[in-house]
Ligand binder design. Structure first.
Ligand code: CP
Length: 308
């Protein structure tokens, strides 16, 4: 199996066939993640560097674990204490990592397009671990893997995405990926947190949470991204949770066995009640486990390219 491109920059330019290949490979990788001995040598002798200009727990740790489980040399660049703090440009940092023989650079950056700029200027493969308000392709891939694993497929499913869609790279990547794989996607947000042009992605804009979740197989709640809000876009956390948070009442129109998802980190009680987060329908922890499997699949498929 192989991927067509040198880099994983977004789902916009990924074919349904490549998405299918990644999800199938992740299924095999999950056996290693949940097994007793988490060690194979698929990446022996390879070097993987994580370069995160924004905070992360799940994405960074899962990429590091994925690299280590497959025997790679895994290095994290601590941006705050690196030469970035002395003014080094992104391209120069990338070329420096290239010169040390890095095979894969995983980058998270606050500026949309930063991974694309890096990819054009380095020999290493580049994986986008989240760029500004643009895309978070590996999150959407792990979300699609979780849906497929639980429900057997993606085509024909009804998925609702709720919350801070405006700032959400997770929403953008998921809408693009889910539509490519044949799902119907409903979106609902406070009007100040709904970006223009969502219809162009093929999503249906809904009038209420109840309208969005009706008969849905999957409901995905998004984190309120306070760090990206330049002005107050809703009156208060209490009002947000009352009018836009997911709870036991407004979820009732969804299917009884609906999957409740959240990319994390969750603001408990704001985006979703604790009862839903910890309830039987929640797959939030499974998403985290699956994140390691999907990232193992991506590293494996990217490093295998030149041998095919
Ligand atoms: N979902 C996600 O990207 O989480 P982190 O910010 O913890 O990586």
């Amino acid at each position: 199996m192989k991927l067509r491109s040198k880099d994983i920059l977004g789902l916009e330019d990924m074919s349904p066939e490549d998405i299918g290949t990644i999800l199938d490979t992740a299924r095999d990788m999950k056996k290693i993640v949940v097994g007793k001995i988490k060690r194979v040598n698929y990446l022996q002798g390879r070097t993987v560097v994580t370069l995160f200009y924004e905070n992360s727990t799940r994405t960074r740790v899962s990429f590091e674990l994925a690299s280590k489980y497959m025997g790679a040399n895994a290095v994290n660049v601590s941006v705050a204490t690196s030469s970035v703090a002395k003014g080094e440009t992104l391209i120069d940092t990338g070329r420096t990592l290239d010169a040390m023989g890095t095979d894969i650079i995983i980058i998270r950056h606050s500026k949309s397009g930063a991974p694309h700029l890096l990819a054009r200027n380095v020999k290493a493969s580049v994986i986008n671990a989240g760029d500004g308000m643009h895309e978070h392709p590996t999150q959407a891939l792990l979300d699609m893997f979780t849906i497929k694993e639980a429900l057997g497929g993606i085509k024909g499913l009804k998925v609702a995405i709720l919350g801070d869609i405006y700032h959400s790279r997770v929403a953008r990547s998921n809408i693009i990926g889910l539509k490519k794989m044949g799902a119907e996607v409903n979106v609902y947000a406070p009007s100040t947190l709904m970006p223009p042009g969502m219809e162009a992605y093929g999503a249906r804009i809904c009038e209420s949470i109840e309208d969005a979740v009706k008969d849905c197989d999957v409901v995905m709640s998004l984190r309120i991204q306070l760090e990206r809000q330049k002005k107050a876009l809703f009156p208060s956390p209490a009002e947000y949770s009352r009018f836009f948070g997911l709870n036991g009442e407004n979820i009732k129109g969804a299917r009884k066995d609906v999957l409740l998802m959240h990319p994390g980190p969750v603001n408990r009680g704001l985006e979703m009640t604790s009862a839903l987060i910890d309830g039987d329908n929640s797959v939030i922890e499974t998403q985290v486990t699956n994140g390691v499997a999907v990232r193992m699949a991506l590293l494996y498929l990217l490093t295998g390219r030149e041998e095919k």
